[in-house]
Design a protein around this ligand. Structure first.
Ligand SMILES: Cc1cc2nc3c(=O)[nH]c(=O)nc-3n(C[C@H](O)[C@H](O)[C@H](O)COP(=O)(O)O)c2cc1C
Length: 298
């Protein structure tokens, strides 16, 4: 049995989970291919997503797709992947499993969105997984990153559970679609996520902007390499500039990685700190990490 894992992971947490899952599946003699689309030039610069998927994703029985939760939603590039998937035939497996990592404030409606999109693509959504991780945005403006160091060993039982459910598919020709089990938030929450937390608007108007100070910049190109969506480009004269598209998705890898601090945040940082401060005080999701539907392996 073969599993393909497509993953978008601007700051590494979702990729870490993909690798954990790969390890647990390989222990069960299941072959795994990880296709990491983060920062991929042919996707983010030339927009040939479908062609990329056709040529890079090997034959598989089960397709897993991993994404971070951004502003309560499935990251929008991952939505694009899900809507661009070839039909579940000719080597593209009929079983699908979305998984998300989130920063411990809320996993939002990301898994629900993923479940609906994968079902719409003609696949059977056999399970979904959410994993509580470090909140990568908070590293940009809180003194300490929230949930730093996560995910770690505490999520291994959840990963193992998903690996076991995938292993069970070996003997199941007609597994049941469980996409509805990924709707675990209330309808009020769903409406709030769609009305207030509109991801692209948050990127445009709410999150602190990233500013590049040309005087400080040594043109080392680290931000170009670190950017998860090819938002930066280096010109022939060495100058580094930002592009209008793809727009910045505020993963803040560039700011965190700039060796000379030529990149900084602008905007109302105090307001952002206050907002995040409140978010991390809110009651936590229970369970923090899980495989849906819950309780199947019990
Ligand atoms: C722009 C942005 C928005 C985020 N929104 C949320 C959110 O709504 N809820 C949450 O719990 N975490 C949120 N996070 C935290 C990420 O979901 C979390 O750090 C995730 O593990 C990052 O995955 P990655 O390391 O694979 O990029 C956000 C992070 C960023 C950068």
């Amino acid at each position: 049995m073969n599993v393909a894992i497509i993953v978008f992971s601007p700051s590494g947490n979702t990729l870490k989970v993909a690798n954990m899952l790969k390890k647990h599946l390989e222990m069960k003699n299941i072959e795994v291919q990880i296709v990491n689309i983060t920062g991929n030039e042919s996707i983010f610069s030339t927009h040939s997503l479908q062609q990329f998927l056709q040529t890079h994703v090997a034959e598989h029985d089960v397709l897993c797709i991993g994404s971070p939760v951004y502003a309560h939603h499935l990251q929008y590039y991952v939505k694009d992947v899900m809507t661009s998937l070839p039909a579940a035939e000719n080597g593209w497996g009929k079983f699908a499993i979305p998984f998300v990592t989130y920063g411990g404030t809320t996993s939002g409606i990301a898994l629900e969105e993923a479940g609906k999109l994968l079902k719409k693509s003609g696949r059977i959504v056999v399970a979904g997984m959410k994993i509580c991780a470090s909140h990568r945005m908070t590293r940009a403006f809180l003194d300490e990153e929230y949930n730093a160091g996560k995910p770690g060993d505490e999520v291994l039982p959840v990963i193992e559970e998903l690996a076991q459910r995938i292993e069970m598919l070996k003997s199941q020709k007609n597994a049941i679609d469980h996409s509805e089990a990924l709707t675990y938030q209330t309808r009020t929450f769903f409406i709030k996520a769609n009305v207030i937390f509109r991801e692209k608007l948050w990127h445009k108007y709410m999150y602190p902007r990233v500013l590049l100070d040309q005087k400080q910049c040594t043109q080392c190109g680290k931000c170009v390499r670190n950017c998860s969506v090819q938002h930066f480009e280096k010109h022939d004269d060495g100058t580094i500039l930002t592009k209008e598209t793809p727009a910045c998705i505020h993963c803040f890898n560039c700011v965190a990685g700039c060796p000379v601090k030529a990149l900084s945040l602008s905007g109302d940082i105090e307001k952002a700190k206050e907002f995040m401060g409140k978010k991390i005080q809110q009651p936590k999701e229970n369970p923090l990490s899980a495989v849906y539907p819950i309780g199947v392996m019990a």
